[in-house]
Design a protein around this ligand. Structure first.
Ligand code: ADP
Ligand code: ADP
Length: 226
């Protein structure tokens, strides 16, 4: 079984007149239920690869299948629909709306899709309790600690019941204690919900939580560990 398959993915950026080959032939299969880390030094292509897996950016060359659909064959709208239906996102800087309550932040992806359905609010409250924030549902993120903010972002990433969550350096702005708390939580949620996670990271402390590690170097996969 596979959730995603990337074949010979290349990405070239133009920086003025200079072409930068950020990815140079990535072959990668992601199985359901994996907790996969993409590691590598700054500039090795981690964010670019995550953006492509998350349907936030398109490769220059190569093909990708996600949830049985050939992404390159989809229209822009169909790709956006697939992104909303199948994917969740966690960012290093949390990317919450500072003036909305934790609960409203979690509900936001659903509100952006249309009217809330019966039970959505209860599900958001359940998720916030699950991430340890039952006492903070009405609080604004700008009054919360980094660890609390990232846990709101985790609940927001999961509210749409995504198959795959893409997490770009999720512990980069957290101290060690909060990094471990967030990773323990993500690992438990993966077991409970069966969600697949792909991380980019250069934080070696969180690698013990992964089921697989891929090392990027200059836009290529250098080593794979299990
Ligand atoms: P990271 O190393 O964590 O990916 P960066 O600071 O390199 O963070 O990049 C932050 C964002 O800026 C990313 O979305 C990346 O795609 C974009 N970016 C990186 N380098 C450039 C560049 N030379 N020109 C424009 N955007 C860039
Ligand atoms: P990492 O996440 O491992 O730091 P990135 O994917 O951000 O690596 O960047 C890989 C390479 O692509 C770097 O040389 C970076 O400067 C370049 N790059 C990333 N995003 C952009 C962009 N939007 N425009 C131009 N160059 C970019």
């Amino acid at each position: 079984a596979e959730l995603a398959r990337l074949t010979d993915i290349h990405k070239t950026y133009l920086q003025g007149a200079v072409a930068v080959d950020a990815l140079r032939g990535i072959d990668l299969t992601i199985a359901p239920g994996e907790m996969l880390a993409i590691c590598g030094p700054s500039g090795s292509g981690k964010s670019t690869l995550l953006n492509i897996i998350g349907l936030l950016d398109e490769p220059t060359e190569g093909s990708m299948v996600l949830g049985g659909q050939r992404v390159m064959d989809l229209t822009r709208n169909a790709r956006a629909d697939l992104r909303r239906a199948a994917l969740g996102f966690i960012f290093q800087s949390f990317n919450l709306v500072p003036v909305l309550s934790a609960l409203e932040n979690v509900l936001l992806p659903l509100r952006l899709r249309g009217k809330l359905a019966h039970g959505d609010k209860a599900r958001a409250q359940q998720l916030l309790s699950r991430v340890g924030l039952s006492a903070h549902m009405g609080a604004r993120p700008d009054r919360m600690s980094g660890g609390q903010r990232q846990r709101v972002a985790i609940a927001r990433a999961l509210i749409g019941q995504p198959q795959l969550v893409v997490a770009d350096e999720p512990t980069a702005n957290l101290d060690s204690a909060n990094s471990m708390l967030v990773m323990d939580l993500l690992a438990s949620l993966r077991r409970e919900l069966g969600t697949t996670f792909v991380f980019s990271t250069h934080d070696n402390r969180i690698l013990g939580h992964m089921t697989r590690i891929v090392h990027l170097r200059d836009g290529r996969i250098a080593v794979e560990d299990r």
